[in-house]
Each structure stands twice: as C-alpha cells, then as structure tokens.
Design a protein around this ligand. Structure first.
Ligand SMILES: CCCCCCCCCCCCC/C=C/C(=O)SCCNC(=O)CCNC(=O)[C@H](O)C(C)(C)COP(=O)(O)OP(=O)(O)OC[C@H]1O[C@@H](n2cnc3c(N)ncnc32)[C@H](O)[C@@H]1OP(=O)(O)O
Length: 281
C-alpha cells in the first residue's frame, strides 16, 4: 500500500517569504510501505521549469526522504511528456537581483542534496529532459527513460555555459570523450541514442514500468550493508561535492556575472520568444 504525503510549502528559515508561492503542490513524496522506496514527483505545470519555488520544494523533499529512513528515492514527473524543461528561463531573464541569488543558491542546494544523497537514487524519466532536467537525472545513480523523448545538456545551443558541477554529473555517467563532444555541441539525445551511449540505463514502455525498473535497481542493494553502501557512494562522489561546497560563493558570482551580460540576456530573450511562438503554433 502507498503511504502518500504531500509536502507543505513552508519557507525555509533562511528563505525570503516574499517569493514563496502558493498553495500549489510542486512536489509530492509517496513512500511504498512494502518496499520502503520513496517516489518524489515534480508537479509544476506546464513543463516542470525549475524555478525558485520548485527548487526549494525539491530540496525539502529530498531532505524528507533522507530523514524518513526510505530505502531509496525515485525521481519522476507528473507531466506525461516532460520530466523537466530545465531551469525556468524566466528566473534568469531580466532577473530580480535578490531573487536570482536565491534561485542559484537553491539550485546548488538541490544538486548537493541529490548527487550527495545517502540513499540509492534513480530517475524515471517519463518525458523530455533538457539541461537542468538532465542535471537532475544524471545526479541519480540509475536512469530509466520512456521512448520518443530527448535528454541532454543543450546549454551551448542557448549561448550559455553549463557550470562545472553540471558537467560533473554528466561525466559521472558518460565516458569523457562522449561527454566533451555532447557538451560542446549542446546535443540532445533521443531515448534510443541515450541508451546506446550510456546516458540512460534502460528504456521502459510506460511510466509504471519505469518506476518498477527503478525500484528493481534500488532493490539490488537489499543485501548490501546500508552504511557501507552509503559511505562508498559518498566517497566516490566526494571530490565533486567538495569542490562545489568550497566554491559556492565564486560559483554564484560567476553565474551572476555571466547571466547579466547583455549578450546573454539578449540570447535568453530571443530563446524565450521562440519557445512562446512555438507553443502558439
Ligand atoms: C567562463 C565561463 C564560466 C561560466 C560559468 C557558469 C555560468 C552559468 C550560466 C548559466 C547556466 C545555466 C544553465 C542552464 C540550465 C537550463 O536548464 S536552461 C533551460 C534549458 N531548457 C530548454 O532549453 C528547454 C526549453 N523547452 C523546450 O524545449 C520545450 O518546452 C519542451 C520542454 C521540450 C516541452 O515542449 P512542449 O511540450 O511542446 O511545450 P512548449 O509548448 O514548448 O512549452 C510550454 C510553455 O512552457 C514554456 N517553457 C518551456 N520551457 C521553458 C523553460 N525552460 N523556462 C521557461 N519557460 C519554458 C514555453 O515558453 C511555453 O510557455 P507559454 O507560451 O507561456 O505557454
């Protein structure tokens, strides 16, 4: 039986209430009583764009899963065709100067929490997963994707640069040569291409099957000592995690400097327009 808990959206003590939405549920956590596995579902229409509110919710939900003795975490989306459209470009285009700091800090928090999670993690990628969506998926230990969608780090195509820690997640999954080429090209892979290159681990024909396959992956740790497994994972990921911990402030300033460049703002504006035009047609 599923014990489902919808998270309350209480601002973090350090957060600024002004920008917190809402009564909307942006993430839900459901723990399967039988397997002890938590499914964390993103639910921010229309495309699970990672804005400040969704990032804060994600961080809170990952924290809850860490705290509630779940045996693993599966990340997925309530949208039938989109896992996550990546960072909400509206947060970066003509940004409010305080909010954009909080936004980037929240993104750093989510990556540190997910990539460094002590429980086994898997992504059931039930839709498109560009850029920040791919970051979330590659921060997990295992990926199962549905056919006919796309995944990748397309930043260079948008005239922006994926930060080092985006690249770290990518490099933890792909051979360096493949990762380098894909990053430079800003390449989006179809499900089939992603499988052949190793960017995802399995293809499923439905979301249900994807969730099952993720649960099976997490089940492979059933007979492994949990402390030994989690310390091993954390040691393997320590260098990248520590690097961001050490450089958080510089990373934030680099992002602010870069995103506020007139040429970057112009590019983001054009890209947003093109997305809107496409949506209308
Ligand atoms: C020395 C250098 C040092 C550098 C240091 C680092 C500097 C750091 C720089 C910054 C780095 C930032 C890293 C960025 C990461 C990102 O994630 S950027 C976001 C990238 N995302 C995308 O490119 C995806 C864009 N969206 C799509 O391709 C499609 O929308 C979709 C996801 C495939 C879904 O398609 P479809 O179902 O057809 O929906 P649409 O009709 O296209 O969209 C519906 C509405 O949603 C809006 N929208 C879509 N994506 C976004 C988004 N990412 N942000 C904001 N809004 C989005 C779209 O405009 C539609 O809106 P409406 O017209 O209002 O309905």
């Amino acid at each position: 039986m599923m014990r489902s808990k919808v998270l309350s959206l209480v601002p973090r003590a350090t957060g600024v209430c002004r920008h917190m939405s809402t009564a909307t549920k942006l993430t839900t956590v459901a723990v399967d009583d039988k397997t002890g596995i938590a499914t964390l579902t993103m639910n921010r229409p229309p495309v699970n764009g990672l804005n400040l509110d969704l990032l804060r919710d994600l961080n809170q939900s990952i924290g809850e899963v860490e705290g509630n003795k779940s045996r693993g975490l599966i990340l997925t989306s309530s949208n039938p065709t989109i896992f996550s459209a990546g960072l909400d470009i509206l947060e970066m285009y003509k940004p409010d100067k305080d909010r954009i700091r909080e936004f980037w800090t929240a993104l750093q928090d989510v990556w540190l929490a997910l990539y460094g999670s002590s429980v086994p993690t898997a992504a059931a990628i039930n839709g498109h997963s560009p850029a920040g969506g791919c970051l979330l998926a590659t921060s997990c230990e295992y990926r199962v994707m549905l056919p006919k969608f796309t995944i990748g780090l397309n930043e260079t195509k948008l005239g922006i640069v994926a930060p080092k820690w985006f690249m770290s997640s990518f490099l933890s999954v792909l051979p360096r040569r493949e990762a380098e080429r894909a990053l430079n090209q800003g390449r989006m892979f179809t499900t089939e291409e992603a499988l052949s290159i190793g960017l995802i681990d399995e293809v499923a024909i439905s979301k249900e099957q994807a969730l099952d396959k993720c649960a099976q992956f997490i089940g492979t740790f059933a007979k492994v000592n949990p402390l030994a497994r989690s310390l091993t994972k954390q040691q393997l990921r320590a260098v990248e995690l520590q690097q961001l911990e050490n450089e958080r402030a510089q990373d934030l300033e680099r992002f602010l400097f870069f995103v506020n460049q007139p040429s970057v703002q112009k590019g983001l504006g054009i890209y947003l327009e093109s997305l809107k035009k496409k949506a209308k047609n």
